[in-house]
Design a protein around this ligand. Structure first.
Ligand code: ADP
Ligand code: MG
Length: 555
């Protein structure tokens, strides 16, 4: 045991390997770790941002431009750096897009905070100023937001295209944006109070390789990627569908049980009994009135045979997620026990077969709804990146439909909000004023990076943007394709306000969290390369602190 102190002072018991950092050095350390992570995704921001190739420990490769995917795959084991990863995850969960923006702003806020601390401003004042600025920024975002017609497909398509530009999906963005809009609109319901709900539970995405992304399509219903089970079963049918998550087989125990038979009759009896059980399952399905059985588990050969004889179409070992989606599409229940099932658990549907694609298409009746976005791409890597792009686009289109507002993109909101925050700062007293100004400066990271990533001069761009906003051109943004500062809304660069608001609040929360830490107590050596989990636990503080050992190592 080392560093034991008695005589009325707090006693801290640390192990021999334990390390401790306090105040400035703790903050400096944390800030640089968090900033390094933010910096690593910044080069992907915007339509001209670059992609990252990530190689997992198993040697799998992911090529992506998507902030949250990059950070998730990076396997960061530094606790402060992980807070930045959490920003991306929160942004992804809450808004679905804008992860790179959120992380870049968080990194830049921390850079600003570092300068504030260097000027001997207490972290508490920095935190307070950031919080005030964040609230004000969100109000300004709402104020800037442009109301749009939620049913205006053209504006929705622009929102989808803006989000897909620069991603793998870009090359076919015309087709894909239309598909995204159609799919989102197909699952939109207008509530009684006049609000719109985009129920993404009714929307599924499936992918296939070996074809151009331009041949992607929206399918009214669900796709089940299965081959026909039995040659005598119908390929296509219409009627009641049973969703079953238990096996139509004899239980394992029955198969393995040793049976001693003394004469052939007994063996016959035993086999007959098993057959009877299987036949019983089929009878039950027929009694329920099912024309189709979709089973998550196995279906015994004998059961297949009997079902075929009854003209029932069956599928087996269907993915749980498919079954859950079918429940929505068909308005059915998932049955676990055939004996207690009733006809009310079934759903009406139509099954057709796409022989070329080797899958079934299952549609519900008029009451039920559900669509599948069927995405195609040449290879796995291509189609995966297209799917990530399309997911983001779906989220922003859904946000636009539910909120009915958009913002111009291309750094327009950041520049405008920054300008308004600088005005607002004049009325803020004390040291918080400096923090509000630092916050405004941090927002500039977005237009600056958009310019940088497009090979434009970031200073020139910022100057142009600021003078446009000084002239009350609120929607002026950088169009990276022309290199000009222009009305981003007119240029069709539009985003939902929600993602921007969320990016501001999650970036602020993360920066404040990092700033609140004034003490790092680690069970391991703070300077060792990220092997924190193996660091020996030290004295009384060992247990829960093990994960902090990699501090400073991962980057
Ligand atoms: P994020 O993960 O934050 O969504 P993206 O790489 O998708 O990051 O980039 C989004 C940013 O790119 C937004 O600020 C958006 O306004 C901007 N953007 C999109 N299209 C254009 C364009 N044509 N010109 C300039 N900026 C654009
Ligand atoms: Mg995006």
């Amino acid at each position: 045991m080392s560093q034991q102190q008695m005589q009325g002072q707090p006693m801290i018991v640390l192990g021999d390997d334990a390390q401790r950092m306090k105040d400035e050095s703790a903050q400096e350390h944390n800030i640089s770790a968090a900033r390094a992570v933010a910096e690593s995704v910044r080069s992907t921001l915007g339509p001209k941002g670059m992609d990252k190739m990530l190689v997992t420990s198993l040697g799998d490769i992911v090529v992506t431009n998507d902030g949250v995917t990059i950070l998730d795959e990076m396997d960061i084991d530094n606790p402060t750096a992980e807070m930045i990863v959490e920003v991306a995850e929160t942004q992804e969960d809450e808004a679905g897009d804008g992860t790179t923006t959120a992380v870049s702003v968080a990194g830049e806020l921390l850079k600003g905070a570092e300068e504030l601390l260097d000027q001997d401003i207490h972290p508490t004042a920095a935190i307070k100023g950031f919080t005030m600025a964040s609230e004000q920024a969100r109000e300004e975002i709402d104020d800037m937001a442009i109301e749009v017609d939620r049913e205006d497909e053209e504006i929705l398509r622009k929102v989808a295209e803006t989000s897909m530009t620069g991603k793998g999906a870009e090359q076919h963005k015309d087709t894909l944006a239309s598909l995204v809009v159609n799919a989102a609109r197909a699952v939109t319901v207008e509530a009684e109070d006049g609000s719109y709900i985009v129920d993404l539970a009714y929307l599924n995405t499936e992918t296939a390789t070996g074809d151009s992304a331009g041949n992607s399509e929206v399918i009214e219903g669900s796709i089940v990627d299965k081959d026909p089970l039995h040659e005598d079963m119908p390929d296509e049918t219409e009627g009641d569908v049973l969703l079953l998550d238990s096996a139509m087989e004899l239980e394992e125990a029955d198969v393995d049980t040793q049976v001693s038979v003394t004469d052939p009759d007994q063996l016959q009896d035993f086999i007959a009994q098993e057959e009877q059980q299987l036949q019983g399952m089929v009878d039950r399905v027929v009694d329920l009135g099912a024309d189709v059985v979709i089973c998550q588990k196995g279906v015994d050969d004998m059961v297949q045979h009997y079902l075929a004889k009854e003209g029932v179409l069956a599928m087996r070992r269907v993915k749980k997620s498919d079954l859950e989606f079918l429940r929505e599409v068909l308005g059915a229940n998932i049955v676990s026990d055939l004996d207690t099932a009733t006809a009310a658990d079934l759903g009406a549907g139509t099954v057709t077969r796409d022989g070329d694609a080797e899958h079934y298409i299952i549609e519900g009746d008029e009451d039920a709804h559900g669509v599948t976005l069927y995405l195609r791409g040449s290879t796995d890597h291509v189609v995966d990146e297209i799917e990530r792009g399309v997911q983001d686009a779906l989220d922003v289109v859904a946000d636009t439909i539910t909120e009915g507002t958009v913002l111009p993109g291309g750094g327009a909101p950041e520049t405008e909000v920054a300008a308004r925050l600088r005005d607002y700062a004049d009325g803020v007293s004390g040291r918080e004023q400096l923090a509000v100004e630092a916050f405004a400066d941090a927002l500039d990271v977005v237009p600056r990076t958009l310019a940088e990533n497009s090979g434009l001069d970031p200073i020139d761009t910022l100057v142009d943007l600021r003078s446009a906003h000084d002239d009350d051109r609120v929607r002026a943004g950088l169009n990276v394709f022309t290199g000009d500062v222009e009305d981003a809304f007119e240029a069709g660069i539009v985003e939902p306000a929600h993602a921007k608001r969320q990016a501001v609040s999650s970036a602020t929360e993360a920066a404040n969290l990092v700033l609140k830490i004034d003490d790092i107590i680690s069970a391991g050596d703070l300077s060792t390369e990220g092997d924190g989990d193996d660091a020996p636990g030290g004295g009384g503080m060992g247990g829960g602190m093990g994960g902090m050992g990699g501090m400073g190592g991962a980057m």
